[in-house]
Design a protein around this ligand. Structure first.
Ligand code: XMP
Length: 334
């Protein structure tokens, strides 16, 4: 099945041909992509941003296999990541002999998100801050002409269908990255979906804790805050995320998350009225994220989630569980 057009970083455009996880021959795929990356980059250098998710981790290993030291890998600390994420990612890749530069851009991201409540405007603010400002600056300083990126087919589909504008999809929106940001984009995972990327990551040597990791969206915890994204609101959802990920780790679910609502509700604490905040828990069964159903969690698990979120996350007076399937719901809330 064809999924629209894609450039190869050299101004040529071709159709995207899906490769299902079942069809994927990892050895041949790695060999082809390594060659393609080498041909595209030539004698120049490339750069990639590693977030620690399955897609960017896989693309980092693939890129280093192709380019070695000519690929510079950075972790952009946008302030929107999960607890302890930068340290965890850096030490994991150190074990592969891949150095990762951490760039602190927290202030820039929060400034760009200030006052924005519309979901698509949030995505746009994050996109612009990431690609144009922070990454644009890093690329310029590094002298790299190519950006290696872990876009997958589901990102393209959802953008083309107008469901959600994925932060890392450009060509399909008619944006020429070289014109807009000054660098070409190489997307070696674009024919795959999540299950294919996991298979590829495993073949490249990613540890199970990484290739089996649940998906995490590009806009990070900002995709899980309804309404304005502030450092304080991110901290609330970050704490709740810690509880949810710890308690649901062994469910085998495709993805699970905590969401901070915008509406406040009346609660009571120590015998007094408390107009507090609400956390919604979502836990999904899915194969490829195109459709999904809420996991039938045992009620004792739900009770445990509520008890620990109420105990560990200041200001929360309500915890709910999402029970609508995708579609018409989507997995993330923003
Ligand atoms: P949705 O919410 O579209 O998510 O059902 C489908 C899968 O894609 C992951 N994902 C993203 N979702 N913006 C999103 O809204 C992004 O930039 C993004 N990147 C990845 C999402 O977590 C779910 O697994």
């Amino acid at each position: 099945m064809n999924h629209g057009i894609i450039g190869n970083g050299k101004g040529e455009r071709k159709m995207i041909q899906e490769i299902t996880a079942g069809e994927l021959n990892t050895e041949a795929y790695i060999r082809d992509k390594v060659e393609e990356i080498r041909n595209t980059v030539g004698g120049a250098t490339a750069i990639n941003a590693l977030s620690g998710g399955v897609d960017s981790s896989t693309v980092t290993l693939l890129g280093h296999r192709a380019l070695g030291g000519r690929l510079k890998t950075v972790f952009i600390e946008n302030g929107l990541m999960r607890e302890g994420e930068p340290e965890r990612v850096v030490s994991l890749f150190q074990a592969f002999g891949i150095p990762v530069d951490v760039v602190d851009a927290r202030a820039e991201f929060f400034a760009a998100l200030q006052g924005i409540t519309d979901p698509e405007e949030k995505r746009e603010a994050i996109t612009q801050t990431f690609y144009r400002h922070v990454f644009g600056r890093i690329v310029k300083e590094s002298g790299a002409r190519h950006l290696l990126q872990g876009t997958i087919l589901t990102d393209v589909d959802e953008t083309v269908a107008g469901i959600k504008r994925q932060h890392n999809v450009f060509e399909q929106l008619g944006i020429d990255p070289r014109e807009a940001f000054g660098y070409g984009i190489i997307e070696p995972l674009i024919q795959l979906r999540k299950d294919g990327v996991r298979k590829l990551g495993k073949a490249l040597g990613l540890p199970a804790e990484l290739f089996q990791r649940i998906p995490f969206p590009g806009p990070a915890l900002a995709a899980r805050v309804i309404g304005e994204v502030t450092a304080e609101r991110i901290e609330t959802v970050r704490k709740a995320t810690g509880v949810v990920e710890r308690l649901l780790r062994d469910t085998g679910a495709f993805q699970y998350m905590a969401i901070l609502h915008e509406d406040r509700v009346t609660g009571m604490r120590e015998g007094r009225r408390d107009f507090g905040h609400q956390i919604e828990v979502r836990c999904w069964d899915s194969v490829d994220a195109r459709t999904a159903t809420p996991t039938r969690l045992p009620f004792v698990t739900l009770e445990k989630l509520a008890a620990e979120i109420l105990r560990d996350v200041p200001g929360i007076v309500s915890v709910t569980y999402h029970i609508a399937p995708k579609p018409p719901s989507t997995m993330e809330v923003v």
